[in-house]
Design a protein around this ligand. Structure first.
Ligand SMILES: [Fe+2]
Length: 304
C-alpha cells in the first residue's frame, strides 16, 4: 500500500480572489484560514490549518497538490518508490515548508506537469466549525475529499498513480454521453473510494474537487445557495454508480468545477474489493439544468 495517507491540500491559482473568498466561505461553507505572504489566502474545512491554498495567478487552474505521509521515513520511502519509477523528487525548501506549514516533505511532478508535494506534520488549527455547513465535512483519515486530474495520456498518468505513488485502482467509468467520450479511472490511498481520479479531454489540469458533507441536508442547503447566487450549475443532484455519492456540480470562479456531496462509499478491505468498469456516470440525476428545464417545459406545455 502507498506511503500516502491522504489527500492533504490543493493549491489553486486564481484570477479573482474576492470571488473565491465569497464562494468558498458564503456558499460552500469553508472557513478562511490565513492570509498568504505572496497574496491570497487559505481555506479550511476541518481541523487542518490549510486545506486549500488560493493564490493570485492568471491560470485559474490547479497549481499544486499536497499528499500527507506519516513522517520523514515515509517521505524517504516514497521518494525511493518514485525514483524506481523514474520520477525525480526534491526536498522542500525552507520557504515552501513555512508557506505550507508542514514539518517537511518532497516535491515532484506528475506526468502532466502539475507539482505534487508529499508532506508530513501539517499544521492543525483546532476544532472546525462552519456557520454555513453546520454538520461539517467528512474528512479525518479520509483526507480532504477528491479531485479529478487531467491525463493527457491515461495509461501514463494511471501508471504514475498506481506504481509511482502506490495508489490502488478503485474502478473505472467508460461511456459516451451525447457524443462526448468519458474515460475516468478512480484511485484510492485510504478507505475513501477515490482521492484522485484521472480523466482525459479536459481543458484544465483539474476538472473538479469534491467536498463531502456529513449531513445530506447540508448538500440541499448548499444547492439552494448556489442556485440563489446564480452560480453556473453543471449537474443537478444525482448519484454516481461507483462511489455512491449523492452530489451536484457547479462552477468555481476559475471555471473548473466543484462537487458537493454526501454518502460516499468506503473501500474497507482491498483484498475483497472487485474493480468494475461502469458504463454510466450516474445511476440517477446529475442532469444538466438546461436539459432538465427543456424537458420540464416541454411536458408542461404539452399538458396545458
Ligand atoms: Fe467527483
Amino acid at each position: 500500500m502507498s506511503e500516502v495517507k491522504q489527500l492533504c491540500y490543493l493549491g489553486f491559482g486564481v484570477s479573482d480572489l474576492d470571488a473565491w473568498r465569497d464562494v468558498g466561505t458564503r456558499l460552500l461553507g469553508l472557513v478562511e484560514g490565513r492570509e498568504l505572504a505572496g497574496g491570497g489566502f487559505t481555506l479550511r474545512h476541518d481541523e487542518y490549518a490549510n486545506r486549500f491554498f488560493v493564490t493570485p495567478d492568471p491560470s485559474d487552474d490547479l497549481l499544486f497538490v499536497g499528499l500527507e505521509v506519516a513522517d520523514a521515513d515515509a517521505v524517504a520511502a516514497l521518494g525511493e518508490r518514485l525514483a524506481a519509477h523514474g520520477v525525480d523528487s526534491t526536498p522542500l525548501d525552507d520557504a515552501t515548508i513555512a508557506a505550507r506549514q508542514v514539518e517537511g516533505g518532497i516535491s515532484f511532478q506528475e506526468p502532466g506537469g502539475v507539482r505534487f508535494e508529499a508532506v508530513y506534520g501539517p499544521a492543525k488549527a483546532g476544532a472546525f466549525s462552519s456557520p454555513v455547513c453546520t454538520g461539517g465535512f467528512k474528512t479525518g483519515d479520509l483526507g480532504l475529499g477528491h479531485f479529478v486530474l487531467r491525463a493527457d495520456d491515461m495509461d501514463t498518468t494511471l501508471d504514475f498513480l498506481l506504481n509511482g505513488l502506490g495508489f490502488r485502482l478503485s474502478d473505472r467509468i467508460i461511456c459516451d454521453i451525447g457524443g462526448y467520450h468519458v474515460n475516468i479511472a478512480f484511485t484510492h490511498c485510504n478507505p475513501r473510494h477515490h482521492s484522485i481520479a484521472v480523466g482525459g479531454n479536459l481543458p484544465k489540469h483539474i476538472h473538479h474537487f469534491m467536498l463531502e458533507a456529513n449531513e445530506i441536508d447540508d448538500v440541499g442547503k448548499c444547492w439552494d445557495r448556489i442556485v440563489d447566487a446564480g452560480l453556473p450549475v453543471w449537474n443537478a443532484i444525482g448519484r454516481h454508480p461507483n462511489d455512491r455519492m449523492i452530489s451536484f456540480y457547479a462552477e468555481t470562479p476559475s471555471g473548473f468545477q466543484f462537487e458537493y456531496g454526501w454518502g460516499g462509499l468506503e473501500i474497507l478491505n482491498d483484498d475483497e474489493w472487485n474493480t468494475f468498469v461502469y458504463d454510466r456516470i450516474s445511476d440517477w440525476g446529475h442532469e444538466h439544468p438546461a436539459a432538465m428545464c427543456k424537458k420540464l417545459f416541454r411536458r408542461q406545455k404539452e399538458s396545458s
